[in-house]
Unconditional design. Structure first.
Length: 114
């Protein structure tokens, strides 16, 4: 059985802020919380999911994916996870099928006229 590394959400947040040179004051204001509350998040190893969601929203960054990427690849997950790219691909595949049918119909009409 694979062991899971200890994940510190606070350290992840701090690292992201430092690497991207973000203002903690602006992020706290964007979240509508006092600076002290924001600084306390950085000191915590774990956070409630709702708080992490608010942080993700303020940063426009998916910390949940970073956490998931630290889990062993053998762990099961919901395979229906979709991104906007997946939806675009699905739409384009349907459009391709429609165009193929139209193309075949046009070929048949040309052959009959021919």
């Amino acid at each position: 059985m694979e062991t899971i590394k200890n994940i510190s959400i606070g350290k992840m947040i701090r690292k992201y802020i430092e690497e991207n040179k973000l203002s903690r004051t602006k992020l706290a204001a964007k979240m509508g919380i006092p600076n002290t509350a924001f600084y306390s998040y950085e000191k915590q190893d774990s956070l409630q999911a709702a708080n992490l969601m608010r942080i993700c929203e303020a940063f426009q960054y998916n910390f949940f994916m970073d956490i998931a990427n630290q889990l062993p690849e053998t762990y099961a997950f919901d395979k229906t996870l979709r991104t906007s790219k997946d939806f675009i691909i699905t739409e384009q595949e349907a459009e391709i099928q429609k165009l193929k049918l139209e193309n075949n119909l046009m070929k048949e009409l040309l052959i009959k006229r021919g």
